[in-house]
Design a binder for this molecule. Sequence first.
Ligand SMILES: Cc1cc2nc3c(=O)[nH]c(=O)nc-3n(C[C@H](O)[C@H](O)[C@H](O)COP(=O)(O)OP(=O)(O)OC[C@H]3O[C@@H](n4cnc5c(N)ncnc54)[C@H](O)[C@@H]3O)c2cc1C
Length: 485
Amino acid sequence: MKKRAIHWFRSDLRLIDNTALHALENKLADKADCISVFVMSDPDEGKWAMGAASRWWLHHSLSSLQADLQEREIPLVILHGVASKEIARFAKSVKADYLFYNHRHEPWASKQEEVVEQELEKIGVECFSYHDGLLIEPANLLNKTGGPYKVFTPFWNACLNHFDRHTVPLPKSKFGKIIKGTKFDTIEYSSKVFKKDLNDLHLIPRIKWYEDMEEFWQPGEAGAHKRLSKFVNKSITKYDTGRDRPGDSDVSYISPHLHFGEISPRQIWHRAIEHDSKSTQIYLREIGWRDFAHYLLHYFPKTTDEPLQTSFASFPWRTDNGSLEKWQQAMTGFPIVDAGMRQLWHLGWMHNRVRMIVASFLAKDLLLPWQTGADWFWDTLVDADLANNTLGWQWTAGCGADAAPFFRIFNPVLQGEKFDPEGTYIKEWVPELAKLNKKWIHKPHEAPPLELQMAGVILGETYPKPIVDHSAARQRALQALKSTK
Ligand SMILES: Cc1cc2nc3c(=O)[nH]c(=O)nc-3n(C[C@H](O)[C@H](O)[C@H](O)COP(=O)(O)OP(=O)(O)OC[C@H]3O[C@@H](n4cnc5c(N)ncnc54)[C@H](O)[C@@H]3O)c2cc1C
């Protein structure tokens, strides 16, 4: 009798260059039937269960994956609950012999893998797991003294020397043979015990706040490749400036696709190097920062909640729900901050330069704990990623690895003037300021009354007055820093 193998989809929602799927094909050829599962495992994820914007993305990504798999006659069974229990129950019911999956690196996910393997061993299912979603497996890279890297450039140089650049193809004829004639769709799994309908996961919110996201994004493997092609064909050579210009569209917008594994970093690497330029190298370094973030999370799992630099453990953060709400609602009175927070609300995404500005504003001007900002991003980003979000917040707050020093405090007006000199970004996201002359668009609170009047701006009515005085806030932040020494 033919053996039966399960591919467990996790953050690898793609068919091409999927290491575990490819291994399944290679190892078993036509000796086994294959079925795939996805487990919505929020009980395992605990505090880091997906936020609302990510859930929206996941729904569409799974729907796209299901359609792609259907073309190859591979069923995707959707389960919901504690992964070890659900997979074991499912494996038993279909009398599976093998489980194939790719690793994730979040602390909860490593624990999840351990327990899944234990449970499956008990029922005689053999597990095969693979390194897949990063350029380099964190456990395989240490510095010369045997410890983990904490500075990006040496990490990146080591990574460039070690990573395996080859990609694996789409499961094709061989894989087709494995699943051809499978009886899986007629056996027990189709009983009501196993959720088959994606809608049963209720990932789409009842209130339709996601219309702009629907228009802007195409979740799924095809959408990921379309997005990457557009970037490589039109923008990669302008990335060196685009990454600092939120008003242009010269970044790749690939982060949610990468997070859900709809495309691999190896595939991105190969497309990017078609254009050998300084700009491409800068882009690849950013892909390297993603690896660095996951690497740090692997070695310092507590940094999701605690500062990496222990001197920040006693930092005198404030509690001020009123200011936090103004930041969340994009009503701070600083146009570049408000524009970023509105882009986040509408697209579930924000340009990296502006992420740094809004994060600095929260942690330094408002002196609110970086974790509160990270939580808000977690709920609102379609690319919410525990490693990247933790690194981004700790970096900006000055308490992470290779971080911007705390005393380097962004002036939100100067940042706006420098990186959005024509006010293009502000005009798009804060349209009530669109008629202001570019001299004032980043600082309406300093504009002469006549300029405001001509642009139809009434401060405190059509657009808020600043919620803090930046110079005073800067002094307060520096004072707070002194108390940690
Ligand atoms: C406070 C803060 C929070 C952040 N939270 C997240 C998050 O939850 N999820 C997330 O994917 N990124 C996060 N980032 C990193 C970065 O802002 C986004 O990856 C990037 O803006 C996504 O847009 P893009 O795909 O067009 O990026 P591009 O500029 O085109 O870069 C390509 C890819 O490189 C990686 N990358 C780029 N910059 C960084 C960086 N600084 N750190 C790690 N990886 C990077 C991403 O995977 C990105 O998709 C955060 C940054 C900050 C400052």
